[in-house]
Design a protein. Structure first.
Length: 91
């Protein structure tokens, strides 16, 4: 089980990145998360893992767009997820 506090930190980070870089829209995050939660339920997957993965997967769309390489947003998100996890574990 993923702690709710880590999920909240991931959401806060993703929304702050979206606001800072104006992409993707908060409505997009909410919609994608609701669809993915429904799929997680149907497929009997871990809703927590799906939620944090969905939240973090597109958190770097804005920065990737600004540097002109959208194809790197997943790699950037993976790196940032590692940093977020490290900061969380240091508490």
């Amino acid at each position: 089980m993923i702690p709710n506090s880590l999920i909240q930190k991931a959401r806060d980070f993703a929304y702050s990145q979206a606001e800072k870089h104006e992409a993707p829209s908060p409505n997009n995050f909410d919609y994608i998360n609701s669809v993915d939660q429904r799929l997680a339920n149907e497929l009997h997957a871990s809703k927590d893992i799906v939620l944090i993965a969905t939240t973090l997967s597109d958190c770097m769309l804005g920065p990737a767009f600004k540097v002109g390489d959208l194809s790197q947003h997943i790699n950037m998100a993976i790196e940032e997820a590692g940093c977020l996890n490290s900061r969380y574990l240091q508490k």
